[in-house]
Ligand binder design. Structure first.
Ligand code: ADP
Ligand code: MG
Length: 964
C-alpha cells in the first residue's frame, strides 16, 4: 500500500539521528485507558521506549498515540425549550468515560482521554486538548489539533471562536497562537500562518481567495507535505492574527456563498509554521551528520545553532453527518461523494492505522494527504470530538464516538523537527572566514608594512653606516696624516734639538775647557805669584823677625845691662846714702836723679814694648794678607791684573818699607850699641849727674830715626802722589783700602806729612773709614794713626765708639792700644778723659782676651804715670782714673796671672799711691793690701821698692796699717 510505503519512506528517508526528548507529560499522554480493548497495543506515552527498528519503520521517534477528547455541547435555546431529555448519553468526566444508551436497557461505555461536559470552559478545553500539542510544537515537533463531529455540535466554536465579544470564548486557534507568539522570539524565530479551505477536493487559500486551487506537493525525500502556492503570512502579534483570521473567515463565507455551499461542508485548515533557533548543546566535539553521512568537525568556538521547524495544523473538519442526510441541500450525488470523500478517506485511514493495517489509503483524498503527518506520522495529534446533547444526535454521536475510539488507536512516532542551521552556520563560518581572511590580509599587510619599514630602516641604517664609515675613513685618514705630520715635526724638532744640544754641549765643553784652562792658568799664575810673594814675604818676615829678635835680644841684653847698671847704681846710691849721711842736700839730688833714671828705664821699656807690638803687627798683617788673598782667589781673578799691579806697587812699597825697616833696624842696632855704650859708661858718669839726660836724648834720637825712615817712605809716596794714595782709601777693594790705610798711617807718623794729609782730606777719609769699615785691620791701623791728629778730628770719640761697638779681640786690642797710647800723652789726658776714653778703656775689659787686658792695663799705667808726672811738685786733684771708677778693676787685676797685665797694674798702683790725695780711695778699694803684696812679692825689684816707698811715705797708709 502506498500509505505503508509512504510511512516507510518517511521514516526511512530521514537518516538523522536527532535526540528526541519528551518534555512533559500531558493529561492526554499520561492517561491510557486500561479498559480500551486495544490498549495493550498502545504503548504508554510515559514510557518512551525506543521502538526497535523493525519492518523498515522509523525508529527515531517516540510513540505518541493520538489523544482524543469528547466535548458535549450545551443545549441551545431550542433544545432547552423541547422536552427532549438527553438521557442517551452519560458523561463521567472524572473517569474519562461516557455511557451511550444502546437501547432502553443497555448502555455502552467508552473510555476517552478526556471527557468535557457542557460546562467545560474554552480555556479548559484548550489546556486539555491543545496546549500539550502547542508546547510540543514550540519544542520542535509537528502537531495537529482537529475537531470532528456533526454539524452544529460546536467544532468551530471550539476551534475558531475569536472571542471578540467575550475573551473567555476564544477558541483553540486564538489561544494556541497566543501561546506560540508568547514563546517565540521576535528577532530569531518566525511564526507564519496559512489559512486554507478544502472543499470538493480543492484547496483554497482563505488569505488569498483568488488562489482557489492550491496544489499539494510532497517532498520525495522526507515525505513532508506542503502547499507551495499558499499564502504564508508572518505573524508577530495575536492582534494581527485575529485580523488575519477574521479576514480568512470572511473570505470563507464569501467563497461558500459564491459556491452556494455551507461552511459545514468544507474543511478549514489553519497551518502555523514555527521556526525556532535553538542553541545546540555545546559539546567538546559536536558532530553533526550531514545528509551524505560525512561528519563536520566544528570548532569549540562555534556554538551550534539548530533550527526547529515545526508545524501546527488546526483542522476544523466538515460536519461528519452523512451527506445523504443533507441531500436536501441539493448537491449532486457526485458532488456529495466528493464532499464526503475526504472524511471517508480519513475514516478509512484511521481504521487502517487503528487496525495496524499494512495499507493506509492516505492518498485517497487531499485531506488525508494533508493530514499525512497527523495520523500515523510524526506529529503529536489531539482530536476533539464534539457531540450534541439532543437525542436527535444520537446516531451521529454514536458514529462520532466510534470514530474517536478508532482514532485513539492510531499511534504516531513523534519526531523532533530539528535541523542544524547550516545556513546560519555557513553564514557565520563565512563571516568568520571573511573576518579571518580580512585579519589575515591585515596581518599580511602589517607584516608587509613591517617588512617594508624594516627594509626601509635597514636601508637607512645601511646608508648611515656607509656615511659613518666614509666619515670614519676620512677622519682616520686625516688623523693618520696629522699623526704622520706630527711625527715628522716631532722628529724634526728632536733632530733640531739634538743638533742644538750637541752644539751647545760642544760649546759648553769648549767653554769649560777654555774656562778651566783659563782658570787653571790664572790660578796657577796667581798661586805662583802668591807663593812667590808669600815665600818672599815669608823670607822677608823671617829675616825681619830674625832681625827683630836679634834686636830684642840685644835690647834685652841692654835692658839687663841697664838693670844691672841700675842695681849697681842703687847699690852705689845705698853706699852713697850710707856714706853721705848728713849730706841731705846731695841726697835729695841723688833721689831726683834716681827718679829720672827710673823714668828713663820706664820709657825704655815702653819703646821695647812698642817694638814688640810692631813686630806682632807685622806678623799678623802677613798672616792676614796670606789668608785673605787665598780666600779672595776667585773674585780676584777678575781684578787680577789690577791687583797684580797693586801688588807690584805694594811690593815696591814693601820693599821700600823693608829697606827702611832694615835701615831702621840698623839704626836700632846702632842705637842699641850706643845705649849699651852709654850704660857701660853709666857708672862712671852717675856721679857727674849727666848720665840720665844723655840716655834720654839717645832714646829720643832713636824715635826720630824711625820717623826719619817714615819720612823716607813719605817721600817715595810723594812721588806717587798723596791724592792718589788718599783716593785709595775710598777704593771698593778691602785690601786696597787696608794698604792705603797702612800707608797713610805710616805717612801720618811723620809730623811733616800730617798737615798735608789733613789738607788733602786724608784724615777725614781715614776717620770715615774707621767709622764705616767693618774690616778690623782698617780699624786697627786707622786707630793707630797719629794720636793728635785723631784727637783733633774727634778721633777719641770714634775710638770710644769702636770700643763699645766691636767685640773683635784684635780690634779691641788695637783700639785699647790706641787709647793706651793716648793715655801716655800728658797734653791729651784731659781731653781723652772728657771724651770717655777711660771708661771706654775699662769697658773693653769685657773681652777676656789677654792682649786686650794687657793694653787696658798699659793704658791705665800710662795714664797714672802721666798724672803722677804732671802733679809733680804741685798739689793736685784726685786721680781721674779713680774718678772714672778704675780702682775696682785695678785691684781685681793686680794679681792677674798674665804678667803683662799684672806688671802694668802694679806700676799704675805705684803711681797712684805716690799721691796722698788718692790714699783714702786706695785704702777703701783694698789697694793698700795689693801695694803691700807688691812691695813684698813683685818680681821686679824697682816696683817692690817703689811700692814700699809709697807705703812708708803715706801717713794714711801707715795709719791704716797701724790699725791692724
Ligand atoms: P458546527 O461547527 O459543529 O456546525 P457550531 O460551532 O457552528 O457547530 O455550533 C452551532 C451552534 O451552537 C452555534 O450557534 C454555537 O454558538 C453553539 N454552540 C456550539 N457549542 C457550544 C457550546 N459549547 N456552548 C455554547 N454554545 C455552543
Ligand atoms: Mg462549523
Amino acid at each position: 500500500m502506498a500509505f505503508s510505503a509512504n510511512r516507510s519512506n518517511v521514516s526511512g528517508g530521514s537518516p538523522r539521528s536527532a535526540t528526541v526528548r519528551l518534555e512533559r507529560a500531558s493529561s492526554l499522554t499520561s492517561n491510557t485507558s486500561p479498559t480500551h480493548p486495544r490498549s495493550k497495543a498502545i504503548p504508554s506515552a510515559t514510557s518512551p521506549g525506543r521502538r526497535p527498528s523493525r519492518n523498515g519503520r522509523d525508529d527515531s521517534g517516540v510513540s505518541g498515540r493520538v489523544r482524543v477528547a469528547v466535548r458535549l455541547r450545551p443545549r441551545n435555546s431550542e433544545e432547552l425549550k423541547s422536552d427532549d431529555v438527553a438521557d442517551y448519553i452519560e458523561l463521567m468526566p472524572e473517569l474519562k468515560r461516557l455511557k451511550l444508551r444502546k437501547n432502553n436497557w443497555d448502555f455502552e461505555t467508552f473510555q476517552f482521554d478526556e471527557i468535557l461536559n457542557e460546562t467545560a470552559s474554552q480555556k479548559r478545553v484548550y489546556e486539555v486538548v491543545a496546549k500539550p500539542v502547542v508546547e510540543s510544537v514550540l519544542e520542535g515537533y509537528n502537531g495537529t489539533v482537529m475537531a470532528y463531529g456533526q454539524t452544529g455540535t460546536g467544532k468551530t466554536f471550539t476551534l475558531g471562536k475569536l472571542g471578540e465579544d467575550d475573551a473567555a470564548d476564544r477558541g483553540i486557534m486564538v489561544r494556541a497562537m497566543e501561546d506560540i507568539l508568547a514563546n517565540a522570539s521576535a528577532e530569531q524565530d518566525s511564526v507564519s500562518v496559512s489559512y486554507l479551505q478544502l472543499y470538493l477536493e480543492t484547496v483554497q487559500d482563505l488569505l488569498a481567495p483568488e488562489k482557489d486551487n492550491l496544489t499539494i506537493s510532497e517532498d520525495p525525500r522526507t515525505g513532508d507535505v506542503s502547499l507551495p502556492g499558499a499564502t504564508c503570512v508572518e505573524v508577530r502579534h495575536p492582534k494581527s492574527f485575529l485580523e488575519l483570521l477574521e479576514a480568512g473567515e470572511a473570505n470563507r463565507i464569501a467563497a461558500n456563498t459564491k459556491m452556494n455551499t455551507e461552511s459545514s461542508r468544507s474543511h478549514a485548515l489553519l497551518l502555523v509554521n514555527v521556526k525556532k533557533s535553538v542553541k545546540a548543546k555545546q559539546e567538546k566535539e559536536s558532530t553533526a551528520s550531514n545528509e551524505n553521512g560525512s561528519s563536520l568537525q566544528l570548532s569549540k568556538s562555534h556554538s551550534l545553532m539548530t533550527i526547529r521547524k515545526s508545524k501546527l495544523l488546526i483542522v476544523d473538519l466538515a460536519g461528519s453527518e452523512r451527506v445523504d442526510k443533507s441531500g436536501s441541500e441539493g448537491h449532486l450525488l457526485e458532488e456529495a461523494k466528493f464532499i464526503n470523500l475526504s472524511l471517508t478517506a480519513l475514516g478509512k485511514c484511521i481504521n487502517a492505522l487503528a487496525e495496524n493495517s499494512p495499507h493506509v489509503p492516505i492518498r485517497d483524498s487531499k485531506l488525508t494527504r494533508l493530514l499525512r503527518d497527523s495520523f500515523g506520522g510524526t506529529a503529536r495529534t489531539s482530536l476533539v470530538i464534539t457531540i450534541g446533547p439532543s437525542s436527535q444526535h444520537r446516531a451521529e454521536t454514536m458514529s462520532t464516538i466510534l470514530f474517536g475510539q478508532r482514532a485513539m488507536k492510531v499511534e504516531n512516532m513523534v519526531k523532533l523537527r530539528e535541523e542544524f542551521d547550516y545556513k546560519s552556520l555557513c553564514r557565520k563560518l563565512e563571516a568568520d572566514l571573511d573576518r579571518l581572511i580580512a585579519e589575515n590580509e591585515r596581518q599580511n599587510k602589517l607584516v608587509l608594512d613591517t617588512e617594508e619599514q624594516l627594509q626601509k630602516r635597514a636601508e637607512e641604517a645601511e646608508l648611515t653606516i656607509q656615511q659613518a664609515e666614509r666619515k670614519a675613513k676620512v677622519l682616520l685618514e686625516e688623523s693618520h696624516a696629522k699623526k704622520l705630520k706630527l711625527q715628522k715635526e716631532n722628529l724634526d724638532s728632536i733632530r733640531r734639538l739634538q743638533q742644538e744640544c750637541s752644539l751647545l754641549e760642544k760649546e759648553l765643553k769648549e767653554n769649560a775647557v777654555k774656562l778651566q784652562s783659563e782658570k787653571e792658568a790664572a790660578v796657577v799664575e796667581k798661586e805662583m805669584q802668591i807663593q812667590n810673594e808669600r815665600a818672599k814675604k815669608q823670607q822677608e818676615k823671617e829675616e825681619y823677625i830674625e832681625e827683630y829678635q836679634h834686636k830684642l835680644e840685644e835690647l834685652n841684653k841692654k835692658f839687663e845691662a841697664e838693670r844691672a847698671e841700675r842695681e849697681s847704681i842703687e847699690r852705689r846710691l845705698q853706699e852713697i846714702e850710707d856714706c853721705m849721711e848728713g849730706q841731705n842736700k846731695l841726697e835729695l839730688d841723688d833721689q831726683e836723679n834716681l827718679n829720672e833714671l827710673a823714668k828713663k828705664m820706664e820709657e825704655e821699656s815702653h819703646s821695647r814694648e812698642r817694638a814688640t807690638r810692631e813686630l806682632g803687627e807685622w806678623k799678623l798683617q802677613g798672616a792676614f794678607i796670606a789668608s785673605n788673598e787665598t780666600a779672595g782667589l776667585k773674585d780676584e781673578v777678575k781684578l787680577l791684573k789690577q791687583e797684580i799691579e797693586e801688588q807690584c806697587k805694594q811690593k815696591e812699597v814693601l820693599e821700600k818699607e823693608v829697606k827702611d825697616l832694615k835701615q831702621q833696624m840698623l839704626q836700632l842696632s846702632y842705637d842699641t850699641d850706643e845705649t849699651r855704650k852709654v850704660l857701660e859708661k853709666g857708672p862712671t858718669r852717675v856721679s857727674l849727674g849727666a848720665e840720665s839726660p844723655m840716655s834720654l836724648s839717645k832714646a829720643h834720637h832713636m824715635r826720630e830715626t824711625v820717623n826719619g825712615q817714615r819720612a823716607t817712605i813719605a817721600k817715595l809716596f810723594e812721588q806717587v802722589g798723596l791724592h792718589k794714595i788718599l783716593s785709595l782709601l775710598e777704593s771698593e777693594d778691602v785690601d786696597v783700602r787696608v794698604h792705603a790705610v797702612k800707608v797713610v798711617a805710616n805717612l801720618a807718623a811723620e809730623e811733616s806729612n800730617q798737615e798735608k794729609i789733613v789738607e788733602s782730606g786724608g784724615i777725614v777719609s781715614l776717620l770715615r773709614l774707621l767709622d764705616s769699615s767693618q774690616d778690623d785691620i782698617i780699624r786697627r791701623v786707622a786707630a793707630e794713626t797719629n794720636q793728635e791728629l785723631i784727637m783733633a778730628q774727634n778721633g777719641t770719640r770714634l775710638l770710644v765708639r769702636t770700643a763699645n761697638e766691636t767685640d773683635d779681640p784684635q780690634t779691641l786690642r788695637m783700639v785699647a792700644g790706641a787709647i793706651a797710647n793716648l793715655c801716655g800723652n800728658e797734653k791729651l789726658q784731659a781731653r781723652l778723659r772728657e771724651d770717655g776714653g777711660i771708661i771706654a778703656l775699662l769697658g773693653m775689659a769685657r773681652s777676656r782676651h789677654p792682649d786686650v787686658l794687657a793694653q787696658i792695663a798699659r793704658g791705665i799705667a800710662n795714664f797714672a804715670k802721666c798724672e803722677s808726672r804732671a802733679a809733680r811738685g804741685q798739689k793736685r786733684e784726685k786721680s781721674l782714673l779713680i774718678e772714672d771708677g778704675a780702682l775696682p778693676w785695678i785691684v781685681e787685676n793686680a794679681t792677674n796671672e798674665i804678667s803683662a797685665v799684672r806688671r802694668h797694674i802694679e806700676l799704675a798702683l805705684c803711681h797712684l799711691a805716690q799721691h796722698e790725695v788718692n790714699a783714702v780711695d786706695l785704702i777703701a778699694a783694698g789697694a793698700l793690701w795689693e801695694l803691700v803684696r807688691i812691695s813684698k812679692e813683685c818680681s821686679r825689684e824697682d816696683i817692690r821698692i817703689l811700692a814700699t816707698k809709697n807705703i812708708t811715705s803715706s801717713s794714711s797708709f801707715q795709719s791704716e796699717l797701724k790699725k791692724l
